[in-house]
Design a protein around this ligand. Structure first.
Ligand SMILES: NC(=O)C1=CN([C@@H]2O[C@H](COP(=O)(O)OP(=O)(O)OC[C@H]3O[C@@H](n4cnc5c(N)ncnc54)[C@H](O)[C@@H]3O)[C@@H](O)[C@H]2O)C=CC1
Ligand SMILES: O=C(O)CCC(=O)C(=O)O
Length: 315
């Protein structure tokens, strides 16, 4: 039996996941994260399980790999996997919810603080020998709008309580018990966009969420509002964000995720109130170790134990 990973962060901090596979007589190999579809199909012949980061697992890929039994997303978002096609072919798809929620929530908060206090700009200028008096915006006591109050959104809310923020949320599937416990008010998206000082997005990329935040939505926001997206590229229209920043419709934005990744030489980079990050919100050693172990346990369950693994994505 053989397993391949296209996730460069798989087993980065500890060899334990690979040793676990070997202890079950399962071979392991890394493939490059930016592998082409044709190369992936060629290298995956005879392979039984794939641990994937962002390469696309399309219907064509699945049809070309008759020995493939399980595809494990090394993370949460399965927007790069054709789950329906996999399900139709009896290939199990799993993800790892929960493991990187603290890492992403910490990161989203770091981005809000960085925007509000202009930390990247202050750092750049100080290192250039300047000693600038840079004035920022308050975070403490402000209104936070969380779009998508799932695992990660709820962790962001917990952190926001420590900053005494008023929290509003929009989510089509409300969690009333959590909202009551943390004093969160569910509102419609339009209201959230209108009243929030900070807006943070934490939902999957789906046909319904693609371009959820576009020209009309930016027009609703306060001029002093900041928006953070550490969920998926494509949920915020980058063209609309470019115009919103250019025309001073909002105060600033930070993206950890882009419509096309890697994002290099992007028009948004010209805005000084725009922070760009290379899709690293989930990257901490704690998160990565857990992700790896959950993936390999699921693989062993399918290939060796003949049992249903955890976190199967079912449509
Ligand atoms: N930047 C990064 O490195 C990472 C990004 N992510 C992204 O974050 C997303 C959220 O992760 P979790 O919180 O763990 O997922 P989750 O499934 O626990 O929560 C997602 C929430 O979004 C809500 N939702 C669905 N459609 C919506 C819509 N149209 N408007 C508002 N809310 C909607 C759901 O009801 C759910 O409460 C993932 O799907 C993934 O794409 C996750 C981990 C790392
Ligand atoms: O582990 C990764 O590279 C991806 C993290 C992510 O975006 C996710 O968990 O959905």
């Amino acid at each position: 039996m053989k397993v391949v990973s296209t996730s460069p962060s798989f087993a980065k901090y500890s060899n334990e996941p690979i040793e676990f596979l070997r202890s079950h007589q399962i071979e392991f190999e890394y493939l490059p994260a930016d592998i082409t579809e044709a190369e992936f199909i060629e290298k995956m012949q005879g392979v039984n399980a794939a641990i994937v980061a962002f390469n696309t697992i399309s219907e064509k890929v699945l049809d070309s790999l008759p020995d493939l039994k399980i595809v494990c997303k090394h993370g949460v978002g399965v927007d790069n996997i054709d789950v329906k096609a996999a399900q139709d072919r009896g290939v199990v798809v799993t993800n790892v919810p929960n493991a990187n929620k603290h890492a992403v929530a910490d990161f989203a908060f770091a981005l809000m603080l960085s925007l509000a206090r202009k930390i990247p700009e202050a750092n750049d200028k100080t290192k250039k020998g300047e000693w600038p008096r840079i004035f920022g915006s308050d975070v403490y006591g402000k209104t936070l709008g969380i779009v998508g109050l799932g695992m990660i959104g709820r962790e962001v809310a917990k952190r926001a309580k420590g900053f005494d923020m008023k929290i509003v949320a929009y989510d089509p599937y409300p969690n009333d018990a959590f909202a009551a416990e943390y004093g969160i008010e569910y509102v419609q998206l339009e209201e959230l966009l209108t009243i929030s000082d900070f807006i943070t997005l934490h939902m999957p990329l789906t046909p319904q969420t693609r371009n959820l935040i576009a020209e009309k939505e930016f027009a609703l926001m306060k001029e002093e509002a900041f928006i953070v997206n550490a969920s998926r590229g494509g949920i915020v229209s980058e063209a609309a964000l470019y115009e919103a920043l250019k025309n001073g419709k909002i105060a600033g934005a930070a993206l950890d995720v882009f419509e096309e990744e890697p994002a290099t030489d992007h028009p948004l980079f010209e805005h000084s109130n725009f922070i760009a990050l290379p899709h690293i919100a989930g990257y901490t050693s704690g998160a990565i170790n857990t992700l790896g172990m959950v993936c390999v346990q699921n693989i062993v369950d399918v290939l060796v134990n003949n049992k249903e693994p955890n976190h199967v994505i079912k449509l």
